[in-house]
Design a protein around this ligand. Structure first.
Ligand SMILES: [Zn+2]
Length: 382
């Protein structure tokens, strides 16, 4: 039996690390609920008190655009989420700093502030228009997840029938322009063929901002070992995500068996809350927890996250693994309910006899290395 507390060594490693979470869905709470990040909330996963407790130094806020939103409305949604994030970061400027470069993250850290970075999730936000990509860059967006759960006009998704056999010629242009600007290419959510086309096209290392290992949980959203190796060979990083359905095969199977119930529930929530994705996600998490209590879904432990990290490290080495929680956007495992619980990942790695240096890399240094490399390549290409 392991003691149910964090060891002094894990505390020491964690507090001296830059902890960098590459994916949270918090902007929806800011936009739809006018959520105040300074207040420690009973629901959701992210606010300033819990980021502080979790020792988070930098975090990407995802500007997620649901695939049902199309055309100009998709761009508008991303901009509204961006605006809400900028507003909230300004209000709490003594605690938070909006950052668009490694140098800015370093400066925020030196000033004792949490770095907030911006990523677009869903390439339909640029409407097949490179000038919009350049606008998002100008606003500080530093990664783009190419698709969500449906194909865009130029890239296929892992969760829908393929339309383009990977990337269209324009899709390849998008990748080249992201390289030139200095926006990280995020392959979470894309199809395997798109993944291959991206790795073929990108001159810069690529990230998966929130994905797990298919060898441990066979979901199309996860990466198989060959993909993890290929990502690493290009200098990229897989950021292990915390969503129960991507961590645990048992949970994923049981969830699939509840498809009728969960689809009906989703429809009810959309009726009740309209476009308020924040409420829909908050209540989704409650539904998952209730279903676990009722025995309809299995309990998933936070230790699964460490298992996936350990597997990815075994496949690709410690230089190519990071963390991308999907806090405020997914169903969290027991023991990783919110950002305050992040030191448990360090504890889990210490228990698995990881050295200090490798833990620092996994918690955030690998992500900073990729960002720096993307900046360097952008300067060369511009
Ligand atoms: Zn996602």
């Amino acid at each position: 039996m392991q003691p149910d507390e964090i060891s002094p060594r894990a505390r020491e490693i964690h507090s001296s690390s830059l902890v960098f979470d590459t994916h949270t869905d918090t902007p929806q709470r800011l936009l739809f609920d006018r959520f105040d990040l300074a207040k420690r909330d009973a629901e959701g996963c992210v606010d300033i008190p819990r980021l502080r407790e979790g020792g988070v130094g930098a975090v990407f806020f995802a500007l997620w655009v649901p695939v049902e939103i199309k055309g100009e409305a998709a761009t508008r949604r991303a901009l509204d989420l961006l605006d809400a994030t900028i507003r909230e970061t300004r209000i709490h400027g003594d605690e938070l700093a909006l950052c668009a470069s490694c140098a800015e993250i370093e400066a925020a850290r030196a000033a004792g502030k949490i770095a907030i970075c911006l990523g677009v999730e869903g390439g339909h936000a640029i409407q097949s228009d490179l000038s919009l990509l350049r606008e998002f860059y100008a606003y500080g967006v530093r990664y783009m997840t190419l698709t969500h759960n449906a194909a865009t006009e130029w890239a296929d998704s892992s969760n829908a029938a393929p339309l383009h056999n990977g990337l269209t010629e324009f899709g390849r242009e998008v990748i080249r322009e992201m390289n030139r600007l200095g926006i990280m290419v995020d392959v979470s959510h894309v199809s395997d063929a798109t993944f291959d086309a991206v790795l073929e096209t990108s001159q810069a290392p690529v990230i998966a901002s929130h994905s797990c290992c298919r060898a441990l949980c066979d979901a199309p959203r996860n990466l198989d070992d060959a993909m993890i190796k290929r990502l690493a060979a290009g200098g990229g990083v897989i950021h292990i995500t915390f969503h129960n359905s991507f961590l645990s095969q048992e949970y994923a199977n049981a969830y699939r068996a509840l498809t009728v119930e969960s689809t009906a529930r989703q429809k009810d929530l959309v009726q009740k809350y309209g476009p308020n994705e924040a409420r829909i996600l908050m209540e989704g998490q409650q539904w998952s927890n209730e279903s676990i209590r009722e025995g309809k879904l299995p309990q998933v432990s936070w230790e699964k996250i460490v298992e996936h990290i350990d597997h990815a490290v075994a496949v690709a080495g410690p230089d190519h693994v990071g963390i991308g929680s999907d806090f405020d956007g997914a169903f969290m495992p027991q023991g990783m309910e919110d950002a305050s619980r992040l030191p448990w990942i360090t504890e889990g790695l210490v228990r698995r006899r990881y050295g200090d240096g490798d833990i620092h890399k996994i918690l955030g240094q690998n992500t900073i290395r990729v960002m720096a490399e993307v900046e360097r390549i952008s300067k060369r290409l511009s």
